[in-house]
Design a protein around this ligand. Sequence first.
Ligand SMILES: *Cc1c(COP(=O)(O)O)cnc(C)c1O
Length: 405
Amino acid sequence: MSFDVQKIREDFPILKRKVNGHPLVYLDNAATSQKPQAVIDCMVDYYSNYNANIHRWVHTLSQEATDAYEVARKKIQNHFGIIHPEEVIFTSGTTHAINLVANGFSSILKKGDEVLVSAMEHHSNIVPWQMLCERTDATLKVIPMNETGELVMEDFEKLLSENTKLVFLNHVSNALGTINPIEEIINKAHKVGAAVLIDGAQSCAHIKPNLKALDVDFYVTSAHKMCGPTGVGILYGKKEWLEKLPPYQGGGEMIKEVTFEKTTYAGLPHKFEAGTPNIAGGIAFGVAIDYLNEIGFQEIATYEDGLLSYATSELLKIEGLKIYGTSKNKTSVISFNLDGIHPYDVGTIVDKLGIAVRTGHHCAQPIMDYYKIPGTVRASFSFYNTKEEVDKLVEAVKRAKMMLS
Ligand SMILES: *Cc1c(COP(=O)(O)O)cnc(C)c1O
């Protein structure tokens, strides 16, 4: 199937709307992606036709909802190259999944143990580990990055020791777009016996990982970054790890037997799925995965790489524009500033022209501190964006520069 961006755009109803009198140019895909009609229809269909609570079996609707939810789990399992379906834990998203693991390690780590995080993490991948280290007296250490926005691998190797118990990093930085060498990091961490958690929230829309081949211990992501709904995501964990970790939340669904003296927990995945989950969201996550695979991840990557290199070279023609994150290995995220102009002011002006970009620290303040800047303007592209939209962005940034300098 050839890649036809105009045809693909037809699948996204929101792309037809106007913002401030201009056709919407949505370049905030790193924050959340837009949703194709198939995903929206799936949610309407669930609530219109078979809304019921799951895993309670007795009546027909409950059976249908349970089946659809478990089909979605299976789709997720297949997509990410996961061996057992019970290794897929539904969560409310990446943040929830990370907190679940961090909480679990509270009972495993002790004083003297070390946790490594990368210098380019999202706050949701820093704060839970800080909290974990406070609870356990373990030490948090940071893998530094360099000017191009890449991790310094020699320093990573120096930080590794038999005290390293956990390594946490994102596959792709949401603020810079850098694709981190996770394969190498997983292999090296395993050599000293450390477990690795990969935050796939930013990579999942661009790269289809094979978690079995990667041999990663944990992987987390959010559906809403890959054309699915908000409020649902997954934790993948190797079975032996998930069996070792204690439950995170107590409640219905996660128990086998409850008396006031003692409760025994359900097996995987239910042990970690307390309460009524986001049923419609989970089912629609499966539909989003089908949608992306129908287009094809290779096709998506090739098209987005084209947009990235075009946008990079066009933006760099603007004098005084600096791009942060210049790794050769990156996804379609461009973080930039205009010399002497606050990113917020640029964002405000381009919004008046219907263009949605993100401004600020992108939940990654340590990166901004590294570059000694308050924040950046971030344009992040998806497979439904076009070259014409890149041109509109470039024109709008030029206009902002003229008005603000
Ligand atoms: C978006 C994002 C998160 C947070 O995801 P939530 O859906 O808000 O939990 C974490 N890490 C990275 C790299 C992200 O891009």
